[in-house]
Design a protein around this ligand. Sequence first.
Ligand SMILES: *Cc1c(COP(=O)(O)O)cnc(C)c1O
Length: 387
Amino acid sequence: MHTPYFLIDKAHIEHNLKVLRKVMDDTGCKILLAQKCFSCYGVYPLVSQYLSGATSSGLFEARLCHEEMPDRENHIFSPAFREEDIEEICQICDHIVFNTPVQLLRFGQKAKDAGLEVGLRINPECSTQVGHSIYDPCAPGSRLGTTLKVFEESIGNNPSLLSLIDGLHFHTLCEQNSDDLKTTLDAVVARFGKYLHHMKWINFGGGHHITRSDYDISLLESCIIEMRDKYSLQVYLEPGEAIALNAGYLCASILEIQPADEQGISNVILDTSAACHMPDVIEMPYTPPLQHSRIISSDELHNPTNSNYIYRLGGPTCLSGDIIGLYQFDHELCVGEEILFEDMAIYSMVKTNTFNGMPLPDIYIKDSSHDIHLWKSFTYHDFKHRI
Ligand SMILES: *Cc1c(COP(=O)(O)O)cnc(C)c1O
């Protein structure tokens, strides 16, 4: 196995799927995989055994679900659809969610005539994320979702709009617990409650960290049951992260260790890159967990208690900021040593790129009997072909 490579742990994915399946069984809700987070279709047969289907951000993801998760529900949402995609979407999807009443008016009847269920994404104007506006669809100026004001003006101008809508969709959370869902749901009901009686379903979106150890599943279930019973709604959830949380690794090798600076920290160059292989490290930003080490905060760096074996790990690209983080190890690192980043199945493979001509990491899948299979390998051709 040549580094860098991703390793997907199917047993852990199945563990997550069992947790999600129990929520479905307890409440009658349907749970979909949000493919934008994780679309390694080598495990879609496993996902299909547990979940109701998948959701897509556009035609390509919808096609992937159609091909690799046949017999399951295929939902699609986009902030704006392309005219030329609508026909194929209508053939392969069974639910379509529009972002605005204008989009709904443009394409809604066509989708309904083709037999799809039609939804509208709402903006409940309830921010529950602090200091993270890039992931907050309720932030001021958001282009995602329809506010109550816009909704009511549109219905005022065109009362037949309401009869096009089978369900409402909101997506406002990111890596959050069910207390924030509860807060959001209260805002949804306060604003849109009077329309919920007209609906068949409500989609709570993603961002529910259901498979994280401190997640309050019983509060989630009571939120679902309340909407189900009070308004006779089918509830959908469409998490991405919760399906593949902690179910993947990125293995890399140490190419070079530079001499220590005055603080005793050495720069280490790896054969993986934050910019190319884990862009969320820079975009979000966050520091990924790494086996046999601990993350050093910058506070700690300025007040060190023990500064042995602290390294700054970075990629081999020309970007100065291609830094994965500062880590303390329990031993001295050496060139050629392999290290394993954890929780690397989510928003990683779907976001890789070949900036600087970086090779893409191969992808391996470890099955439940611990056998490891090569799923995808990449070459120079993959770099050349895309440009
Ligand atoms: C991103 C997204 C999801 C999945 O979010 P996770 O944070 O991965 O659970 C679901 N629905 C929509 C509309 C999204 O944009």
